[in-house]
Design a protein around this ligand. Structure first.
Ligand SMILES: O=C(O)CCC(=O)C(=O)O
Ligand SMILES: [Fe+2]
Length: 276
């Protein structure tokens, strides 16, 4: 287990917008994560979110072409809300501290977790940003992506555009079919060099929600499974975007209200409240 980031890793993350942490999980921990995540995913029976009837592959109103996007990955959100085992993994303060250290913030809340499984022959994940989808606007928001299978050039490992995190904005909510769509919004990166992040199972990466990133198609007959979690720095407020917030909660929110509901966005680590 490798639950610590040092000053050089923090610097690299803030400069490049991503960081790979090799051997994040020990072999035993990896076995436990796989079993826990698979159990939670199977119990969902394809239901994408806890509070909506949507199935993986259905149109979610954000992506216009369900048939295509259903074959990018199976996407199951907020497994922590429906599974005690996943909740325990996601509430691990050590991971919260890694995220807080990398972002350079005091407190970290879960925005949402997300199992992302590329099935055999899955479509690629087009270049995109994450933060513009979300209901808060913070340049320091970030995600962890944990490889449950080896993520390879062949089966759909992640790619990043280094440094894009320091230039992109909250513009561009879309993730289209065309890999180059994002460069219509950010032409300054059209000639940038991308970096691949192949990872052994049990390794992880962190990326800023404003780093341009994507993934290959799965050119193999095997699965590429990842467990991820998006993090919101503590202290953020509602920006008016619904994203995945449940209707019942949305009805109570006005633009500018604090997003501090523990049932939706739990604080998993805070520098002054947790000593680890
Ligand atoms: O797993 C993938 O293909 C994409 C992951 C991603 O976009 C993310 O974790 O933000
Ligand atoms: Fe993403």
């Amino acid at each position: 287990m490798n639950y610590h980031v040092d000053a050089a890793q923090v610097e690299s993350f803030q400069k490049n917008g991503f960081l790979v942490v090799e051997d994040f999980l020990s072999p035993n921990e990896l076995a436990h994560w796989r079993e826990t995540v698979m159990n939670a995913v199977n119990n969902r029976a394809g239901q994408k979110m806890p509070d909506k009837e949507l199935k993986t592959g259905d149109s979610d109103g954000i992506n216009e072409d369900a048939a295509y996007f259903g074959k990018v990955f199976d996407q199951l959100l907020n497994l922590w809300q429906t599974d005690e085992g996943v909740k325990k993994l996601m509430f691990d303060k050590r991971i919260g501290k890694m995220a807080a250290d990398l972002a350079g913030v005091d407190g970290i809340r879960i925005w949402h977790d997300q199992a992302l499984f590329k099935r055999p022959w899955a479509n690629p994940t087009s270049w995109h940003l994450d933060t513009p989808f979300w209901s808060f606007s913070d340049r320091k928001a970030l995600s962890i992506w944990i490889a449950l299978d080896d993520a390879t050039y062949e089966n759909g490992c992640l790619y990043f555009i280094p440094g894009s995190n320091n230039e992109t904005t909250f513009e561009n909510k879309g993730i289209g079919k065309n890999m180059d769509g994002i460069f219509g919004v950010y032409p300054q990166f059209a000639r940038a060099k991308s970096v691949a992040a192949p990872m052994k199972a049990g390794s992880c990466s962190f990326h800023s929600g404003l780093t341009i990133h994507g993934a290959n198609a799965n050119m193999t007959s095997g699965f590429r499974r990842a467990m991820t979690c998006a993090y919101m720095p503590d202290g953020n407020v509602f920006n008016g975007t619904a994203n995945i917030l449940p209707e019942s909660y949305l009805k109570t929110l006005k633009v500018g209200d604090p997003l501090d509901n523990e049932a939706q966005n739990p604080l998993i680590y805070h520098r002054t409240k947790n000593s680890i």
